[in-house]
Design a protein around this ligand. Sequence first.
Ligand code: ARG
Length: 469
Amino acid sequence: MPKMWAGRFKKETDSGVNDFNSSIAFDCRMYRQDIAGSIAHAAMLAEQGIIPEEDCERIIDGLTGILDDLGSGALQFDPAAEDIHMFIEAELTARIGDAGKRLHTARSRNDQVALDIRLVLRDEIDEISGLLEKLTQTLCEMAKAHTETIMPGYTHLQRAQPITFAHHLMAYASMFLRDLGRLADTRERMDECPLGSGALAGTAYPIDRALTASALGFAAPVMNSLDGVSDRDFCIELAGALAIVMMHLSRFSEEVILWCSWEFKFLELDDAFATGSSIMPQKKNPDVAELVRGKTGRVYGDLVTLLAMMKSLPLAYNKDMQEDKEAIFDAVDTVKLCLSTFEPMLRTASVLKGNMRAAAAKGFINATDCADYLVRKGLPFRDAYKVTGTLVGLCVDKGLTLETLPLEEYQKLSPLFEADIYAAIDLTACAMTRNSLGGPAKESVGRQIAWAEERLRGLGQEDGEGMPE
Ligand code: ARG
């Protein structure tokens, strides 16, 4: 097929260059948005008297037919087409003749593609946000069932202090709520319409950019036409937000993997969300969590691809920018896939409370509480810390725990110890008395859940912030 831009060329494009240059294999997924943009553009051209009303009607009918036919499969993308924009315009002209040739008046593929990507990513952000909301809601539901499930909290992956499984889950809920905020910010900043920027320098036609912007649901037109065609900040920003989502998912995945090991055994995945080994009959592997962890690297790669692609590009459009789509689409697709698989994997897993509790009982994670007991009896914290450290050493030597160490041994080290020390170091009591804001006590976690659920309900509204009573 001759090129639409063939006018000044004396030779056919080299076939290798054709393939090299073509983006239809990956930009065809923007066809709906490309058509929506063209319909808005044609309607504006007619409204402004730039093209005749009848041509506009033919264009809109033709584009609507193409949309239907691509949707039904009656029309296939031509793999030899240069890109989705050329493909649709050529198909339109083949269907409606001269009117089709008027569509590109006062427009360039540069503002067209900048528009299409924004339209696609706007919907993708909404879809990803929905998946994140679902995961956060699942975390809240699981947390409600585990406000008294004692587990060891860790620092340095060493047992540190007693917490509850609900408390641990709500830490992830907080992360995903921040991710939702980052996505909303990104969406808000990209809510400007580049259409009408032209190739780079706007146009002398009396276009109405506010009209196309509002027809396409944007808050406003992009203010500078050079920026309109050369800005891909929104791709980078979205990839950055998605990289952080994946970082959170990878930390969660790592914990799921650890918890499923025989060494921890805090979690048993549902058979439908685990896999076996081809040689070791006993194996039940957490492949989903491992893949999510692995795919995190891909999304980081997509972010770096975009940053590196945009580095030092002179204004305005450069063909380098065609590379934006594969990277950002890969990031979007990967995150959607991971979120939609991770959520049911987590929701259907069995929480092995007894093992969590048993792990909490080892490792002296109530040592801080023992020291705090002495502090309550008047000893300065540093002295209490030292006495308790000595007690822990004694327990290690004797193969005992703080719970099983006889009172006489306590009293040899400090006369402040009385029989009530055992109640003070009871694991449940240790977790449940940590009622500080954000802490693991049942009441405190209850507030965290209420806060998260209020944020989820308030998403999209201005008043979603704040701490419920
Ligand atoms: N396929 C191109 C892209 O994705 C569309 C814009 C082409 N513009 C141009 N001046 N060659 O970036």
